[in-house]
Design a protein around this ligand. Structure first.
Ligand SMILES: C[S@@+](CC[C@H](N)C(=O)[O-])C[C@H]1O[C@@H](n2cnc3c(N)ncnc32)[C@H](O)[C@@H]1O
Length: 232
């Protein structure tokens, strides 16, 4: 069998899956995660889902190439629309913007959502995703920063409780990334500081002192977290 290559970003998502479960990979494209999990005997079944036939054809080709047809099923589906709750214990939604991931979760009306684990990997707008998760009662259990092709991403592990909660500005920007001290989590915090500094500049240009002070205070908190981490 040909060697199967998976990016560090997708491998990091796959490694968060609980051994032996059934998974659904939403927006699967080439089905890299389901194939890697199947080849490595990590799951009992995978649904590789995509909203478009083109990506699904990539998935079908790859699944066939690695002889994983018995383990990985493909399905045309807008988010989880054509996936039954009994078909997946854990759901991966990776490689999309935070808004798109929120839309997919919003449209998921499963009654037993609280028994599921959601592994979410936004490419951008992760702060918006964290706000959405809080407003809809998706608890963030953990976050992991990953560096891939010189870019830094977060992977959010979430469970649905149905109990909405408030998040601080700090949590909006870094979630739970600082709970695990790694070189990647430090880089993620630095990236957020850089982006907040740009937003602060924007607020200064607009002479919006309230916004400026808000950004300034969050930057200070992040720098202090970073400093305490550097000292360890
Ligand atoms: C950039 S690719 C990401 C592929 C892979 N998950 C990754 O992280 O590398 C995004 C994929 O999501 C699919 N997609 C976008 N919106 C979707 C939706 N609502 N439901 C299912 N798939 C969707 C697109 O067709 C595309 O194949």
């Amino acid at each position: 069998m040909a060697e199967f290559k998976i990016s560090k970003r997708l491998l990091s998502c796959a490694e968060l899956i609980t051994p032996g479960v059934k998974i659904a990979d939403i927006g699967t494209d080439h089905a890299h995660i389901p194939i890697w999990l199947s080849i490595n005997n990590k799951i009992s079944h995978a649904l590789a889902c995509d909203i478009r036939m083109g990506p699904l054809e990539n998935a079908i080709k790859n699944i066939k190439h690695f002889s994983m047809e018995k383990m990985v099923e493909t399905r045309l589906s807008d988010g989880l629309e054509n996936v039954g709750p009994e078909e997946a214990d854990e759901i991966i939604i990776a490689g999309m913007g935070g808004n798109m991931i929120s839309n997919i979760l919003e449209k998921c009306l499963w009654e037993n959502k609280s028994e599921k684990k959601f592994i979410l990997q936004p490419m951008k707008y992760e702060s918006k995703l964290r706000l959405y998760l809080a407003s809809r009662g998706y608890e963030i259990k953990s976050e992991k920063a990953v560096v891939c092709a010189k870019k830094i991403y977060t992977i959010i592990v979430s469970v649905f409780t149905g109990i909405p909660y408030q998040i601080s500005t700090l949590q909006k920007y870094i979630g739970k990334i600082h709970e695990h001290i790694t070189p990647e989590s430090k880089l993620y915090i630095k990236k957020q500081i850089k982006s907040l500094k740009n937003m602060e500049k924007g607020a200064i240009a607009k002479k919006d002192l309230i916004e400026k002070t808000k950004y300034e205070s969050t930057i200070e908190q992040l720098e202090s977290i970073l400093k305490s981490k550097m000292e360890r």
